[in-house]
Design a protein around this ligand. Structure first.
Ligand SMILES: [Cu+2]
Length: 368
């Protein structure tokens, strides 16, 4: 009798264990762990007018964000840094490897600075918030001031809300972020090709930002800059400026991530993100109104329509653009031809870069 009841207890316990592990693996399959390895790299960056300057950014070893083998060469830095894409409920690990700066002038004091990642809008606790110098029992002393050269740190979070977010370095933020240490974080909901339950056919992420090349060059040369002297001379869309030479390979419209292609009848999602110093972007698509359906990682209770959308640093707007009756229409204000119209910053300072017009965050809608 005692043996029988022991067997029953064993069988029940085994059944419970099996069902718990099945439930756990189902949960893991629904919400897999997603690991992203980001490295630091610096180097020379060329703009469409031929200007070259120094930048620092996060880079991924490959497009799967895998860990780089020891000694592997890292890709050159770009602006913006690679987009990180996850789903609501994913267990996200982002490993920051401070792989050092390799293209500074030997005189520059910037070589030994620490870096972090701040996931802007994710509402994380201090341990994973990327703000250095705030005492926290869980942060090793050597990482309290940020991640030093040669060290790494893993940021962990589970996104609760779908939408468009931003990540950037939070050490000496004005300098580090403006050197190029920023990228987009996209959190998808359950259904593909929807945002906040609304359908879209295509999507583009448009990162608007600023650059003062004198600042960047000073960091390269000496490692320091009087930030009160900051003067933006380049206004960027996805790290590029538009130039009047329509065949320029470095221009915004030569970039498949920035030239907005669509077919008649489609709805295009634009995720607009600003990482700026002091400029308010006022994004205006000629020939279109945009329905703002969400901002800063939350859906709007009452979506609204805009043809000029002011966006300041840190803000994100998710807008839907319905493409109707544009295929054969000629944009009166831009004279580009059928199905083509421009989108630009209506805050006119940013219609220029290095003092020249039309150079800045301007791109084109191309409807087939
Ligand atoms: Cu940094």
């Amino acid at each position: 009798m005692r043996k029988l009841s022991a067997l029953v207890v064993f069988l029940v316990a085994a059944a419970v264990l099996v069902s718990v592990s099945v439930a756990r693996s189902r949960a893991q399959a629904d919400h897999p762990k997603k690991i992203f390895h980001l490295y630091i790299n610096d180097g020379e960056f060329e703009l469409a007018d031929g200007k070259k300057t120094y930048i620092v950014s996060y880079v991924a070893f490959n497009d799967r964000f895998e860990e780089a083998p020891p000694g592997a060469a890292l890709p050159a830095p770009k602006i913006p840094a690679p987009t990180i894409r996850v789903k609501v409920g994913d267990e996200v690990n982002v490993v920051l490897h401070h792989s050092g700066h390799h293209h500074l002038d030997p005189q520059s004091s910037f070589g030994s600075v620490t870096h972090t990642i701040h996931f802007h809008g994710m509402d994380l606790v201090q341990l994973y918030d990327g703000v250095p110098g705030v005492p926290n029992a869980d942060i090793p002393d050597k990482l309290l001031a940020g991640v030093p050269v040669g060290e790494s740190f893993t940021y962990k979070f589970v996104p609760q809300f779908e939408g468009t977010f931003l990540y950037h370095c939070h050490v000496d933020t004005s300098t580090h972020a403006m050197l190029g240490m920023y990228g987009t974080l996209i959190v998808d909901g359950k259904e593909p090709n929807t945002i906040y339950g609304k359908h879209f056919d295509r999507e583009y992420t448009l990162m608007f930002s600023e650059m003062d090349t004198e600042h960047n060059d000073a960091i390269h040369d000496v490692g320091d800059y009087d930030m009160s002297k900051w003067k933006t001379n380049y206004y960027l869309l996805n790290g590029r400026i538009f130039t009047a030479d329509l065949k320029n390979p470095l221009s915004t419209i030569a970039d498949p991530n920035s030239l907005i292609k669509a077919k008649e009848g489609e709805t295009v999602l634009l995720r607009m993100v600003v990482m700026g110093f002091d400029h308010t972007f006022a994004i205006h698509p000629h020939a279109y109104h945009m329905q703002v359906v969400g901002t800063d990682g939350r859906p709007l209770d009452s979506p609204y329509w805009k043809d000029t959308l002011p966006i300041v640093s840190g803000e994100r707007y998710d807008v839907l653009v319905p493409i109707h009756g544009k295929k054969d229409a000629v944009c009166m204000g831009c004279g580009l031809g059928k199905g083509l119209s421009i989108m630009h910053d209506h805050n006119l300072r940013a219609e220029t870069s290095a003092g020249k017009y039309p150079r800045g965050p301007l791109t084109v809608f191309a409807v087939e």
